[in-house]
Design a binder for this molecule. Structure first.
Ligand SMILES: [Zn+2]
Length: 260
């Protein structure tokens, strides 16, 4: 099976060098395989923070850099019916419950299951969670090797839709990767911890073979600080305005591109 991978920026800010490093890894993975394909997915699941101006700027920067996808782009905001269907299949299995909690109702990263057995009625202002099995998930990362994760202990029951009615990143990408038949996910190692829960969710949804994963090193601002959207000096817009060429942008990342 040829590689099907994806580049999936969120239009909540401008493209920066960290995204470009990810794009290099994504396109390298696809172009290194005869018949390999790259899909482009705009991850605008967060309706409050996503902006069309960011999307336009991201697409313009990508095209300036020479990254071309192999299929027309898709937007998560146009796929709500697909997420509804996926959620409904879990609802029929008794896996979905309403949750009234906000982040301040529990400490740390793990949702402790406060609403698991409350049987709250679904409705506006409530989130929706997926009841996870206490399973151990094993997978082999293409760069980092064998991994063992226990999603229920790490994050608790998975939030599929938040209290504002937004589909969550975890739920939407898992459904999208399944429906778009993505078989290799290439992303930064800051997302390694969420891989087990995405594999577990994919299996619950009925995906027989979850994707493979490659988590690459991140572009760091300093040895301990990762680059963020607020670091203006790495914005591709700004580099373009200062006269950088696409080749200069790409070659500034060359030392990281081969670091597997
Ligand atoms: Zn709750």
């Amino acid at each position: 099976m040829p590689v099907v991978t994806r580049f999936a920026p969120a239009p909540t800010g401008y493209l920066h060098l960290g995204h470009v490093l990810n794009a290099l890894h994504v396109w390298d993975a696809a172009r290194g395989d005869p018949g390999g394909r790259v899909l482009l997915r705009i991850e605008d699941h967060d309706r409050q923070r996503s902006r069309k101006t960011y999307e336009d700027a991201i697409l313009d920067d990508l095209s300036w850099l020479g990254f071309t996808a192999d299929e027309p782009l898709v937007r998560q905001s146009e796929r709500y019916a697909i997420y509804e269907d996926a959620l409904d299949s879990l609802r029929k299995l008794g896996r979905v419950y309403a949750c009234s909690c906000s982040r301040s109702d529990f400490e740390g990263q793990r949702y402790p299951g406060i609403c698991r057995d409350k049987q709250l009625r679904e409705g506006p202002g409530l989130g929706l969670r997926i009841r996870l099995d206490d399973a151990v998930v094993r997978f082999v990362d293409r760069r980092l090797g064998p991994q063992t994760q226990q999603p229920l202990l790490q994050g608790g029951d998975l939030l599929a839709r938040d209290r504002e009615g937004n589909w969550t990143y975890q739920f939407a990408v898992t459904v999208d990767d399944w429906k778009q038949e993505v078989n290799l996910v290439v992303r930064g190692e800051d997302l390694l911890d969420s891989t087990g829960r995405q594999i577990l969710l994919a299996r619950m949804l009925g995906r027989s073979a979850p994707p493979e994963f490659l988590h690459h090193a991140l572009l760091m601002k300093s040895p301990t600080q990762k680059l963020s959207k607020s670091d203006g000096d790495s914005g591709i817009r700004d580099l373009r305005a200062r006269g950088w060429t696409p080749e200069q942008v790409i070659s500034s990342l060359a030392h990281l591109r081969c670091e597997r």
